[in-house]
Design a protein. Sequence first.
Length: 211
Amino acid sequence: MMNLLSLLSTHFFISLASAATYTVGVGKDEVTGHKGVGFDPSAIFPVAGDTIVFEFRSGSHSVVESSFDKPCTPSSGFDSGIMTVADSVEVDADGLPSVSLMVNDTDPIWLYDRAGGECYQGAVLAVNPTGTQTAAQFKANALSASTTSEDPVASPVSSSSSSMSESSASSSTPSSTSEPTSTSTDNVATKHAIQTSSTLAFVFGILLGLL
């Protein structure tokens, strides 16, 4: 019995230790590395247990889940809330506001920058795109989307507009006139977000029950 508990504990902690973190710049041009339209990078391939950290650059931005066919239309999934960063802040400055999303599986997740109003310019992020639903086609879908048939948000949102959808978790919105503060929020949004602490407690509950 003790050998079984030891194996289970070892496997669990190895899984935690091997989890990766993917840092994605929001409002950053992935080609130039400067402030701009889109996500840097615009396609990532995390696995279950990995964490995506969204770091927000100058302007008003929000990361919102959509769908492959309608990249600029919000779904009922992940919503980071609006983050506003002063124009004077350097592109890779320390302490940029951030929001974290823990990945629960390898299913595709389709995201876009809603508050920036730049989805129609290709500001989208493909998480675990597939051979048939590619990151390139997702971006092409965004570029060809109509502002009248999809999300009507077509211009940057002012710092006073800090409301978020009912499905989003609470997060702070730094003032656009001050240096941003580091903000990390574990969003529980549909099946994509989980709380590591709850998982840890659950697993140890099982282990204790086996004693």
